[in-house]
Design a protein around this ligand. Structure first.
Ligand SMILES: Nc1ncnc2c1ncn2[C@@H]1O[C@H](COP(=O)(O)OP(=O)(O)O)[C@@H](O)[C@H]1O
Ligand SMILES: [Mg+2]
Length: 189
């Protein structure tokens, strides 16, 4: 969809204007807001992601999940089969850099998890609307994933305020998140 493509470019261009120190301090605020949530503290099995380029930093979040004795699952995208699968990670140093430059699990070391076992998803995104709809990078990976995950499972988007838009071009397969955390706080949908 061309409207989605245009919007992806616009928001990503805006995000590149964040300075390193703004990126860092806003990411810290987002991590603090997220880790205060009861729903995060109450569950054991959490799927997260590793930030890429100037996405909200998830480093402190992923470390917190591990140090709290919870189980951390991170995504691996296979472009050939156009699928995203999650693997259990015990040590962030074991991740490997994909050809796209994203740090990913290593299927020969890490164990794949059935998404039905995951109790909470922390999701990236390019833009989010006031109803919890999300614009991704164009692979539809989270739409596919969330189509098979129960409505009761929390799906928490992380974004800077500048990624929030009043309206998104939507298609019937676009899935909603349940919460959005920005540096201004938490929005529940
Ligand atoms: N549940 C689904 N079943 C089949 N195809 C899907 C599903 N969800 C998304 N897709 C496919 O993924 C593609 C990308 O979706 P899009 O919403 O544009 O990307 P993103 O969500 O990453 O921004 C769509 O063209 C669509 O064909
Ligand atoms: Mg979509």
């Amino acid at each position: 969809m061309d409207l989605k493509k245009t919007l992806r470019k616009e928001v990503l261009a805006k995000r590149t204007h964040l300075s390193e120190s703004e990126w860092k301090s806003k990411s810290e605020s987002i991590a603090t807001e997220l880790l205060k949530l009861d729903i995060v503290n109450q569950v054991k099995n959490i799927a997260s992601f590793v930030d890429f380029r100037n996405e909200v930093s998830t480093d402190a979040i992923n470390r917190w999940i591990l140090s709290s004795g919870k189980s951390l699952y991170l995504p691996l995208i296979d472009m050939k089969s156009r699928t995203m699968t999650f693997y259990g990670i015990k040590d962030l140093n074991e991740l490997v850099r994909s050809s796209y430059g994203i740090m990913e699990p290593n299927p020969s070391v890490h164990e794949m998890v059935d998404p039905q076992r995951i109790e909470l998803f922390i999701t990236p995104g390019i833009a989010f609307d006031p109803n919890g709809y999300r614009l991704g990078y164009g692979g539809g990976f989270y739409d596919h994933l969330f189509a098979g995950v129960g409505n009761e499972i929390p799906k928490i988007g992380l974004a800077f305020d500048l990624q929030c838009v009043s309206e998104l071009p939507l298609e019937p397969f676009d899935m909603r998140i349940t919460h959005l955390v920005t540096e201004s706080g938490v929005k529940k949908f």
